[in-house]
Write a protein that binds this ligand. Structure first.
Ligand SMILES: Cc1cc2nc3c(=O)[nH]c(=O)nc-3n(C[C@H](O)[C@H](O)[C@H](O)COP(=O)(O)OP(=O)(O)OC[C@H]3O[C@@H](n4cnc5c(N)ncnc54)[C@H](O)[C@@H]3O)c2cc1C
Length: 412
C-alpha cells in the first residue's frame, strides 16, 4: 500500500514506522523538515500518569484567578477570545463530571500501552539511550497547594496510571540537593521516564524511516481530496500526487487540511514556552515540576529545559517571551545558583482538543484518510501508541484498544 503521511513530528514518524513494519510504502511530507513543530522542543516527559482531562470541575474553579495573573500558568490574549470562544465552550462542557470521567477512562486506556509501545519503537530503531527512568518530583511551595493537589494524584494512582509517594522535608532535599530549602512538600513519581533529547529522538525516527525504505519530502501539502480509488494530495504550486491512503498528522496546523476535506474539527493550539540552559551550573537528577506555576525543569543531554504554561492566542500572534522569562525567574528561586548564560528560548504550538483526547481515526466521508492529531500536552507520551492505532485503522487490526472515544466523528 502506498501511504502518504503529512507531518514529520513525533506522531507522523511513529505512524510511519508502524506502517512500514506492516509492509507499507511510506512517504512523509513536511513543509519545514523533521521535528519542525511541537515535537522539537517539548519538555520530554513520558507523562503516562496524565489520565485526567485538562478540563475538570476543580480546574474550572481556578480558571478566573489564573486568567487574572497576566504571566501566570494560563493566559488568554483577549483579542483572540471571539475566535476561541466555541472551543472554550466545548472545553467547559468536557469538565462536567460525567464527561470528565469518560475522558479519564479513555485516556487511561491509551496510557496503559505507552510504555510497551515506546519499548518496542525505541528498540526497533536502537534509541533506548534517549529514554531514562529516573522518576520525577512535583514540588509545592506551600502545604495548602500540596494538599489541594493530593486528590488528583490519588485519582491518577487509582486509575493505575502511576505509583505516587508523598515526600516531605529533609527527604526531598536528600533526593534533590540543588532545590531551595523553601520547598517542603512534593509528590514523587518513581517510575516516570523522560527523554534526554526530544529533537534528537524524532531525528532518529526519521533516519530509521529512511533506512527502512521510507521517503521524506520537504514539501507543503495544500489540500487533501478523496478520489475513486485513493487520495490526492494537492501541492501549493498546483501539482498533485496520488496515494492509496493518507495519514494527516500536521499537529496544531491540521485544521487547514481538515477544512480541505470539508470537516469542522475543533482543534486549537495551547502555546507553550521554554528555555534550555546548556550549562545550568546546578544538577537535577530527575525532572522536577512546580505545578502551581505550571512548569517543568527537565535535565536533558542538551541542558536543563525549563518551561511549560499555556497561552491561548492562536497560530499567528507573535511570541510573548515575557511568559518564559517569568518561569525562568521563578526557577532561579527554586534552584539557587542557576546559570542562564547561553540559554535558548523556544515556543511551540500544542495541538489541543477541548476534551483532551487526541483525534485518531478515519476522516468522516473520506475513510482512506486517517486523522492523527490533537495530542495537546501529551504528543510525545502518546506518539508510539498513536502510531500503532493508525496502522491498526489502515490494516484493520485495532483490537487492543476500543477506538471509539478518539474517532473524529465524536464532534458531530
Ligand atoms: C512547551 C511544550 C512542552 C511540552 N511537553 C511535553 C511533554 O513533556 N510530554 C509530552 O508528551 N508532550 C509534550 N508536549 C506536547 C508535544 O510536544 C506535542 O503534543 C507533540 O509534539 C505533537 O506532535 P505532532 O507530531 O502531532 O505535531 P508537530 O510536532 O507539531 O508536527 C507537525 C508537523 O506538521 C508539519 N506541517 C504542518 N502543516 C503542514 C502542511 N500543510 N504540509 C506539510 N507539513 C505540515 C509541521 O511543519 C510539523 O513538522 C509539549 C508541548 C509544548 C509546546
Amino acid at each position: 500500500m502506498r501511504i502518504a503521511i503529512i507531518g514529520a513530528g513525533v506522531v507522523g514518524l511513529s505512524s510511519a514506522l508502524a506502517l512500514i513494519e506492516r509492509g507499507a510504502d511510506v512517504t512523509v511530507f513536511d513543509r519545514e523538515g523533521v521535528a519542525a513543530g511541537a515535537s522539537r522542543g517539548n519538555a520530554g516527559i513520558f507523562a503516562d500518569y496524565a489520565v485526567l482531562p485538562e478540563s475538570t470541575p476543580d480546574m474550572l474553579r481556578q480558571v478566573p484567578r489564573m486568567l487574572l495573573q497576566p504571566d501566570g500558568p494560563l493566559s488568554l490574549r483577549w483579542r483572540y477570545l471571539p475566535q476561541i470562544a466555541p472551543w472554550l465552550l466545548r472545553f467547559l462542557a468536557a469538565g462536567r463530571p460525567g464527561q470528565a470521567r469518560h475522558g479519564t477512562l479513555a485516556m487511561a486506556a491509551l496510557m496503559a500501552h505507552v510504555r510497551g509501545d515506546w519499548d518496542h519503537l525505541l528498540s526497533q530503531i536502537g534509541a533506548e539511550d534517549l529514554r531514562v527512568t529516573r522518576g520525577a518530583l512535583l514540588a509545592y511551595t506551600s502545604r495548602r497547594a500540596f494538599q489541594a493537589d493530593r486528590a488528583g494524584w490519588q485519582a491518577r494512582a487509582e486509575h493505575g496510571a502511576c505509583d505516587v509517594e508523598p515526600v516531605m522535608g529533609e527527604r526531598l532535599h536528600e533526593m534533590e540537593p540543588s532545590l531551595t530549602r523553601d520547598l517542603h512538600y512534593a509528590i514523587h513519581l518513581p517510575n516516570l521516564s523522560h527523554c534526554l533529547n526530544p529533537h534528537g529522538l524524532v531525528e532518529r525516527m526519521a533516519r530509521a524511516v529512511q533506512q527502512r525504505g521510507g521517503e521524506l519530502r520537504l514539501r507543503e501539502v495544500a489540500g487533501v481530496t478523496p478520489t475513486e480509488t485513493g487520495v490526492r494530495l494537492r501541492l501549493p504550486e498546483g501539482g498533485a500526487v496520488d496515494y492509496d491512503r493518507v495519514v494527516l498528522c500536521a499537529g496544531a496546523h491540521s485544521t487547514a487540511l481538515t477544512r480541505s476535506l470539508g470537516l469542522k474539527i475543533p482543534l486549537e493550539t495551547e502555546r507553550g514556552y521554554n528555555v534550555t540552559l546548556p550549562d545550568p551550573g546546578v544538577t537535577l537528577s530527575r525532572p522536577v515540576s512546580i505545578p502551581e506555576k505550571g512548569y517543568y525543569m527537565t535535565p536533558m543531554s542538551v541542558g536543563l529545559r525549563i518551561g511549560g504554561g499555556v497561552e491561548l492566542a492562536g497560530l499567528k500572534a507573535p511570541p510573548r517571551w515575557s511568559r518564559v522569562e517569568v518561569m525562568a525567574r521563578h526557577a532561579e528561586t527554586m534552584l539557587p545558583g542557576l546559570n542562564r548564560a547561553g540559554e535558548a528560548r523556544w515556543m511551540g504550538f500544542r495541538p489541543a482538543m477541548p476534551d483532551t483526547l487526541p483525534v485518531i481515526g478515519p476522516a468522516p466521508g473520506a475513510e482512506r484518510v486517517v486523522l492523527a492529531f490533537g495530542h495537546g500536552h501529551l504528543g510525545l507520551t502518546l506518539g508510539a501508541t498513536t502510531g500503532q492505532m493508525v496502522a491498526g485503522h489502515i490494516y484493520g487490526s485495532n483490537n487492543r484498544i476500543d477506538s471509539i472515544p478518539y474517532l473524529p466523528t465524536r464532534f458531530g
